[in-house]
Every structure is written in C-alpha cells, then in structure tokens.
Design a protein around this ligand. Structure first.
Ligand SMILES: NC(=O)c1ccc[n+]([C@@H]2O[C@H](COP(=O)([O-])OP(=O)(O)OC[C@H]3O[C@@H](n4cnc5c(N)ncnc54)[C@H](O)[C@@H]3O)[C@@H](O)[C@H]2O)c1
Length: 315
C-alpha cells in the first residue's frame, strides 16, 4: 500500500513510518519540520516532501507525485497553550491545513484518511469517566475545538466524496522521540530533566490522573486502520488513569537520581481525572494496549539517555 504520512517527521508520525515500512508498505512523509526532525526518519526508506499543509498548491503537488492510497494525517499545531496563545494559527493548520489535505486526497483518488484527534481534549472536563467515544464532545480549548471540527470534516468528505476515514482520539502519547520541550510530553520532560540533574516541576499536587499510552500501541492501532475501522472514531489509551506523582516515581525508580520534584501552581484548565474507555476498539478491531507504563518507560529512558549523552559530547 502507498501511505503518505503528514507530520511524519514528528514523534508519533515517525513511529508510524517505521511500523508501516515494517509491514511492507511504501511510505512518503510530508512535513514542514516546524517541530519534526529528519533524524527521526534516519534509516527509514521514505520519500520526503518538505511542505507546509497550509500551502494548498504544494500539498497538491506532493500528493500528485506520490499518489497515496491512504493518508495518515498527523501534521498539526499540537499544543493546547499554542492554541490559546494563537487560535488563528491553530485553525490555519488544524482546519484549513486539514481541508487542503482532504481535497488533495480526493483529487488523487486516495481511498482513506486516518486522522489524529485528541481524546485528552475533545471530551473536555467530561462527567463520564472513563470517557467512551459517544460521550459529549465539549472541548475547552481552540486545539480541542479544531480537532473536533476536523472529525466533522472527515464525515463531510466521506459523505460528499466517498473518502473513507478512521479517527483516533489519542490519550497522552509517550515514548522515544517525543519532544521534551513541548507541554504534552510529561514523561519526556521529566526524563530529560532528571538526566540533566535538574528537578522537574509538578504542577498542582501531582494527584491529577490521566491516560498515558505508549507510541508503539498507537502505531499498532494505525496499522489496523489501514484495513479496518472505516467511518469510526476510536479512543486510543491505556484504559487506566495514572497520576503525575506515579509517573515521576516510575521514572525515578529507573533512573535512581535521588532528585525530588518541585511543586508548582495548578495549570489553567487542568482536570483532576481523565482517561479513555478503549472498549470500542477492543471489540471492533481487537486492539488492546500492550505496553504497560513500567515497560514503556524503558525504551523512553534509553532514548533520552542517548540524547543527553550526545548533548554532553557535542557541548
Ligand atoms: N502526543 C500526544 O500525546 C498527542 C495526543 C493527541 C493527539 N496528538 C496528535 O497527534 C499528531 C502528532 O503529534 P506528535 O505528538 O507526534 O507531535 P509532533 O510535533 O512531534 O508532530 C507533529 C508533526 O507535524 C509537523 N507539522 C506541524 N505543523 C505543520 C504544518 N503546518 N505543515 C506540515 N507539517 C506540520 C511537525 O513538524 C511535526 O513533525 C498531532 O496531530 C497531534 O495533535 C498527539
């Protein structure tokens, strides 16, 4: 199968490239490298297009050249804070950019689009925990709003042009290659801080509990969506809620730095408990999370160890 991954030089997208290639598919990556890195694709045999999804003509040209059968849409403005700071840019990437991708997919007769939505934001502060896919969508940030709107556009393009789709609403994804400078990757942020001998800051009292899912589990779900899950939205999570204090303790158990965290103020909009029901995808596609947090931290820690060692040697 010919698969084009938008955002494929990023954290999740580059793991998808690895998994799709390992399953024998032909892969192209389209990315503007705003946060993605070519080194994430080192060793992966992919065609690369350095293109911004906001550039309609360039998106169309890349699609015409590669002619994907499936489009995995992972390029996005992916920060909640970024979206509140600059809702216009968020909508330009996450709504107008998505429309460019969908129009190009229709133009080259792609069969299907797989869309990265966000289970951590589209349900808002849901009263139904764990949140199933049919819980009300009540996003509280521009980012959550544009992800929800994106899902509706997929429904529209299916209805109007017959373009198949699967939506994945991810929990907090973690694993190797996550950007430790963003806000989302608390595992990456803590791991890198601890390895540099610095104390991480835990906001609030650290007892807020969320859903952390390893990127390998995310990639397995995406491989299943190449042939299944048509017209559905699925949560992708661990099915359990983990506190920030537990995350810190898990990392510290591996790293044994003896560093204690600092506690800071609650972040605006943070919720006490949020996690996702994963029953629907288990029933329909037989997907279940396989990587527990303790195991999942092993490759994550190994990756950041290498990164920190490289920083030390390169100064
Ligand atoms: N990481 C998570 O926990 C999480 C949770 C829910 C949803 N998601 C979604 O998954 C997707 C991938 O996220 P990630 O964590 O891998 O982040 P990431 O920043 O590593 O990946 C995003 C990629 O998109 C590229 N990109 C951004 N804007 C672009 C544009 N205008 N044109 C072309 N490329 C652009 C970036 O360079 C990057 O390579 C995003 O859509 C994000 O919203 C992530």
């Amino acid at each position: 199968m010919r698969i084009l991954i938008t955002g494929g030089a990023g954290f999740i997208g580059s793991h998808l490239a690895d998994h799709f290639l390992a399953a024998g598919h032909e892969v192209a990556v389209l990315d503007n490298l705003v946060s993605g890195k070519l080194e994430n694709l080192a060793g992966a045999r992919v065609m690369f297009f350095q293109v911004d999804i906001r550039d309609k003509a360039a998106v169309m040209a890349a699609f015409e050249q590669f002619k994907p059968e499936v489009v995995s849409h992972h390029a996005a403005q992916m920060s909640v804070k970024g979206s509140t700071d600059n809702p216009t840019y968020d909508a330009q990437c996450n709504v107008l950019g998505l429309i460019n991708v969908l129009e190009a997919a229709v133009a080259v007769k792609a069969r299907k689009v797989i869309f990265a939505s966000s289970g951590g934001t589209v349900y808002g502060d849901s009263p139904i925990i764990p949140s199933p896919e049919d819980a009300p969508l009540l996003p509280m940030s521009p980012y959550g709003i544009t992800k929800m709107v994106g899902e509706h556009y997929l429904g529209y393009f299916h209805q109007a042009f017959g373009l198949d789709y699967t939506v994945f609403r991810y929990g907090n994804v973690y694993g190797p290659r996550q950007d430790p400078h963003g806000e989302a990757g608390v595992v990456a942020i803590f791991a890198k801080k601890l390895m540099r001998g610095e104390a991480p800051i835990i906001h609030w009292d650290g007892e807020q509990r969320k859903d952390y899912v390893h990127v390998k589990d995310v990639a397995r779900a995406n491989v299943l969506a190449l042939t299944g899950g048509s017209g559905h939205a699925f949560n992708i999570g661990s099915g359990v809620a983990t506190s920030v204090n537990e995350l810190f303790a898990g990392l510290e158990l591996q790293l044994q730095t003896g560093i204690m965290p600092h506690y800071g103020p609650k972040r605006e909009g943070d919720v006490r408990l949020s996690y996702l029901s994963v029953d629907k995808i288990a029933d329909r596609l037989g997907w279940r999370p396989q990587v527990g947090l303790a195991d999942g931290m092993v490759d994550t820690v190994a990756y950041f160890r290498q990164q920190v060692a490289r920083e030390v040697t390169t100064g």
